[in-house]
Write a protein that binds this ligand. Structure first.
Ligand code: DAH
Length: 357
């Protein structure tokens, strides 16, 4: 029995992991282990011998078991120590300044415009960027022979000669959303429709994709006076000035009668635009009273209802407010540009907390 003790105790002490300990346990005190075999021999002994050897064998078994348990605990401590040494973390280190994303000026301006018009009771309507030519042109009183179609540098979707679906275009303006919205909600209504539009044009102030916001208000007694007030309120809020001078210039659009283009008074000082003062005028939008044919196309009775509409370039007013000289840079995804002109993600523009900071 001393042999067994001398055989197993050092092995237990030297075991490197739990698996090795388990092997030792099976070989020593398992069902078919050496101690068990010795215990089976007790049966053949005479009672006096058995009374002496029995307790000694039991004591050996317990000694081996407790040596294994102690070693197991020791191994776990060592493993924890090693883990603590390798997985430490200095929580007192300063945080790394992360490169945060910014809100694109166009998203910012769209939010600003939406916040201002929401205050005046306008909700946001949207329409598809791929339109039928009926919504983009015909319904807006631009029949196929009309010169405005040619002027718009329209992108037409390619179609097989055998394809008899109606022709589709990339919408050239947000005005078709007027028709869709009249169809779905009828009159009275007050909506703005921001979104992307497309025209085949490219230079410092034109890109093939750009953004507009359309406005539409229909009711029983809406007039040009309401249009003028709404636009004045908008321009004051948007450019964050107390006073603006707007100039309504008679113009022509097929979808409005009468039509007006609107200029704001401004000054340019060393390339910096100031809105509300000076001797220059800057065109910012087209507008007018919705043409009876357009109301009809949208399913609204022009004998009963009337309204105003306007269309404005979002990119254009973003460039003006934030002094961005080249439109093309809006769509280059240049990170330096985005960091310079972008806005903090959590500064959501509202009329109460301020539009821009
Ligand atoms: N759709 C016109 C354009 O893209 C802009 C416009 C002018 C919209 C007058 C209107 C409007 O609603 O009344 O040039």
């Amino acid at each position: 029995m001393d042999d067994l003790k001398e055989k197993y105790l050092p092995r237990i002490a030297d075991a490197l992991d739990e698996a090795a300990l388990e092997d030792i346990r099976l070989a020593a005190v398992g069902k078919k282990g050496e101690v068990a075999l010795k215990m089976r021999e007790l049966g053949q002994m005479d009672p006096t011998e058995r009374q002496i050897k029995g307790p000694i064998l039991n004591a050996l078994k317990n000694e081996i078991l407790s040596a294994i348990a102690a070693k197991k605990a020791g191994l776990a401590d060592t493993a924890l120590d090693a883990r603590l040494r390798s997985e430490w973390l200095d929580v007192t280190l300063p945080t790394r300044t992360r490169r945060r994303g910014t809100i694109h000026p166009l998203s910012q301006v769209t939010e600003e415009v939406t916040a201002i018009f929401a205050e005046m009771g306008f909700s946001v309507a949207e329409g598809p960027r791929i339109e039928t030519d009926w919504y983009n042109f015909d319904a807006l009183n631009i029949p196929s022979h009309h010169p405005a179609r040619a002027e718009m540098d329209t992108f037409y979707l390619n179609r097989a000669a055998s394809d008899d679906r109606p022709p589709h275009v990339l919408r050239t303006h947000t005005s078709p959303v007027q028709i869709r919205s009249m169809e779905s909600t009828g009159a009275p209504t007050r909506i703005i429709c921001p979104g992307g539009v497309y025209r085949a044009d490219y230079d410092q102030t034109h890109t093939p994709m750009f953004h507009q916001v359309e406005g539409l208000a229909i009711d029983k007694d809406i007039s040009m006076a309401n249009l003028k007030w709404v636009l004045e309120e908008f321009v004051k809020s948007y450019f964050e000035v107390d006073d603006v001078d707007l100039r309504f210039r008679a113009s022509h659009f097929p979808f409005t009668e009468p039509s007006a283009e609107v200029d704001i008074r401004c000054s340019w000082e060393n390339g910096n635009l100031k809105v509300g003062e000076g001797d220059d005028w800057l065109e910012i939008l087209g507008s007018g009273m919705v043409h009876p044919k357009v109301l009809q196309a949208g399913g609204i009775n022009p004998e009963e209802w009337q309204g105003f509409a306007f269309g404005m370039g979002i990119d254009r007013i973003a460039m003006l407010k934030y002094g961005i000289p080249d439109l093309r840079a809006f769509f280059d995804s240049d990170l330096r540009w985005l960091r310079h002109y972008g806005f903090e993600a959590l500064d959501v523009p509202t009329l109460h907390s301020g539009l821009s900071r």
